[in-house]
Every structure is written in C-alpha cells, then in structure tokens.
Design a protein around this ligand. Sequence first.
Ligand code: ATP
Length: 216
Amino acid sequence: MTPLGIFGGTFDPIHFGHLRTAFELLDVLRCGEVRFVPAGNPPHRDAPLADAQLRLALVAVAIADQPGFVVDDREVRRDGPSYAVLTLRELRAEFPARPLCLLLGMDAFLGLPQWYEWREILPLAHVVVAHRPGWRAPADGPLGELLARCRTDRVDDLHEAPSGRIYIHAVTQLEISSTDLRDLLAAGQDPRYLVPEAVRTAIRATGSYFRPSTRR
Ligand code: ATP
C-alpha cells in the first residue's frame, strides 16, 4: 500500500511553491496520491483574505492536470478550527493501515509544538518536512527530542509503517509566498509565472484579491 501524502495549508492563494514541493515529494516518497487539504478556518493566523470556497476552487484548477494530485474539501466542510489532528484522525479511520504522510514546509514544522494536540500527530501519521539546503535540524527542545527519536533517512521506512517517522527532504526553493502574492494582487500587478495560468485566470475573473491586504 503506497503512502498517502496530505498537504494542508491556507492556500490563499495556491502558488508554484506549493505545487513544486508537492510534485517533488510525490515522486521521492513514491506516494500514490497527494491530497491538498485547504483549511476552512486556519488556526494560529489571521482569517484568510479569500473565502474557503474560492481557495478550494483555485486548488482544484491548479492541480487538475496532474495525476496523483487530489483536492480534499473536508476542512472546508467541517465547522470549527481546521486542526490537522482532527483531519488525520478522520483519514486514519478511513485508511486504517495505509501509511499517511503529513507534508510540511520547514516554517510549518518549526511551529509544530504550537499546534493543537501536536503530540497526537506522529502516532497518526509520518511527518515529511520540505526544507532548504543548508538548513540544520533543531538539536534541542521538543522538536530536537522528537527528531532524535523518530527521524529516518529511508523512504522505505515510510512505506513499512503506517505512522511515526520524520523524513526531511530538500526541495527546489521557490521564494514565493501567498502573502507576497496577495500584496502583489492588491497592488494591481500580474501574478503570471508565480501561479498556474488557470489560477491566474480564475483570480482575475473573481476580483477577490484586488483589494489591499492589511497584514503580512
Ligand atoms: P502565507 O504567506 O499566507 O502564510 P504560504 O505561502 O506560506 O502562505 P500556506 O498555505 O500557509 O502558504 O502553506 C501551506 C504549506 O506549504 C506549508 O507547509 C508551507 O510551509 C508550505 N509552503 C508555502 N510556501 C512554500 C514554498 N514557496 N516552498 C515550499 N513550501 C511552501
């Protein structure tokens, strides 16, 4: 049974940094599928600029032509904060024995100890961290302790157990963020070559992002 990759995020909006990371991990992890799971009500941050239905629709058009990429709307349908642990519990109930891999950028991984019930995540899934070359794994603190116990350099370990390992992998760095995209769009600039053409077209059609963002 191939692992199921789970890529959560606010995706406000989705961009090539997300897509390239997911594409490289789909290949290197030998996942059968990467599920993009847009957060309905992302905790730990300001409310998204675009509503959940639009963010979901943009993910759907962005991934439409990539085999193995799937959009999952469960966090948009669920009431309350979009805690990852709740999503992983649901997926574990649906896939009792399948390896689950929660895909995270390094910035997200470093914030893991602030997540709701974060210590319940590794019993439910592996954690795969996409990092930039030259980055050093935390040696101390709760993440250092977790890495010392759970880190592996073998992709096969992610296939042989349903959960519990941490795998760190360098991906091509694309310095694109949704924050910068929102600012660019609000300033009336063109997002061409930062997002797929279908996303660019859909954003232009809605006009949703063409107002000033008040935060970084
Ligand atoms: P924002 O700027 O609004 O915080 P973001 O661009 O960081 O958004 P998110 O939707 O918050 O995007 O991120 C979802 C996931 O994608 C996170 O795990 C994050 O680390 C990762 N990610 C975001 N941008 C990149 C990028 N350019 N390259 C690789 N991973 C990324």
